[in-house]
Write a protein of this length. Structure first.
Length: 260
């Protein structure tokens, strides 16, 4: 494919939105990136949009991880176990996802977005245990939730932040802030695993990745800063973002059903 100047501008703006989301709440990257690439930038092939977004989101998540790590928000042992197991799930899920019809895949993607948003709304601003560490008790849960989140991440071609954050909290009971920082380890690794699978199939467009990433770097910088400033209102931000996701998911679902 080739990009028009308008598509390039829209790609930069879309990347900024995705980067801001990743920096702010550790998720929403590909959840927002796929519909933005398909419906705003105008990528005709949903599988190409998924593969391209996976690369861009993985790189953006890696950049957003740095300031969170410096602030001590990352529970490294829990995050690495979760991510390591999740990569196996991501590779399995991406193999299955490429076998499905593109519009049907987007419709299922929208349903998953709605389900995750409802879970986020139900949790609200619950607090967790900031001293949580890898243990014999939470290791089996980390393996279970890690593989499950990875499989869904790969299947739908998403970085998985909004799958990983609630999964990490469910597995370990860590606070939201630590789950956000730790999730970026898995988002980066899941995204790279999924991206590698799609790239092998020729479903990644390099120039669009570069343009999207440029916007993501700017958005991520401001997202991390906003997250620090609004940290005490994280519950409110999570609820607001969940509502936005539901609106986007409904739009995607309607469009997919109309086009199918």
């Amino acid at each position: 494919m080739s990009l028009t100047y308008l598509q390039m501008v829209l790609a930069v703006l879309s990347g900024t939105v995705v980067g801001f989301s990743l920096g702010l709440v550790g998720g929403g990257g590909s959840v927002m990136a796929v519909p933005l690439l398909v419906y705003v930038v105008g990528v005709d092939n949903p599988h190409l949009a998924i593969g391209t977004s996976a690369v861009a989101v993985a790189l953006n998540a890696g950049l957003s991880l740095v300031p969170h790590a410096r602030a001590g928000n990352v529970k490294w042992h829990c995050a690495l176990v979760f991510a390591g197991v999740g990569i196996v799930g991501a590779l399995t899920g991406s193999f299955l996802g490429k076998m499905m019809d593109g519009q049907r895949l987007l419709a299922l993607f929208a349903l998953v977005m709605i389900a995750i948003s409802i879970l986020m709304l139900r949790r609200g601003g619950e607090e967790g245990d900031p001293s949580v560490r890898l243990s014999r008790e939470n290791l089996p849960r980390l393996v279970f939730f890690g593989f499950g989140a990875g499989a869904l991440s790969g299947f739908f071609g998403i970085g998985g932040g909004f799958l990983i954050v609630p999964a990490l909290i469910a597995a370990t009971g860590m606070p939201m802030l630590n789950a956000i920082g730790s999730s970026l380890v898995a988002v980066t690794m899941f995204g790279l695993a999924t991206a590698g699978s799609y790239a092998w199939s020729g479903l990644v467009y390099g120039p669009l990745v570069a343009i999207f990433l440029a916007g993501g770097i700017v958005g991520g910088f401001f997202g991390v800063r906003a997250g620090k400033t609004l940290g005490r209102r994280k519950g409110a931000l999570t609820r607001l973002f969940a509502i936005i996701l539901i609106v986007v998911a409904i739009y995607m679902l309607v469009r997919s059903l109309i086009l199918h």
